[in-house]
Design a protein around this ligand. Structure first.
Ligand code: SF4
Length: 103
């Protein structure tokens, strides 16, 4: 009788583990895993730790982000940002003449 009880307990634990694995696999990946601002660490057991580095700080992300206003795709080309005042490139009238002569 105790063996039958033990077998049923083991079967119950196996079923619970199977359900937990299935539920974990069905969850969508968080948006941060594809974001250029994310620092993502993957553990051997499949868990991941995400930290957001937007605006210079490093903050742990403790929820699965589905939408973020600061999201930027990790696979796109970096955006060139100009800081400060820029001097004009050459004389615009001269550039127009050059463009006319090439046509
Ligand atoms: S900017 Fe938004 S999407 Fe990108 S890592 Fe930070 S929280 Fe996630």
């Amino acid at each position: 009788m105790p063996a039958l009880f033990l077998v049923s307990i083991v079967r119950l634990i196996e079923a619970l583990c199977r359900q937990m694995r299935k539920a974990r696999a069905a969850r969508p990946r968080p948006l941060c895993t594809d974001c250029v601002h994310a620092h993502v660490q993957y553990a051997v057991n499949g868990r991941r730790a995400i930290a957001c580095t937007f605006a210079g700080g490093v903050r742990p992300v403790e929820l699965d982000v589905m939408y973020c206003t600061d999201y930027r795709d990790r696979n796109t080309a970096p955006r060139l940002v100009q800081i400060g005042f820029a001097r004009p490139i050459g004389n615009p009238d001269l550039l127009g003449e050059v463009a006319l002569t090439e046509n």
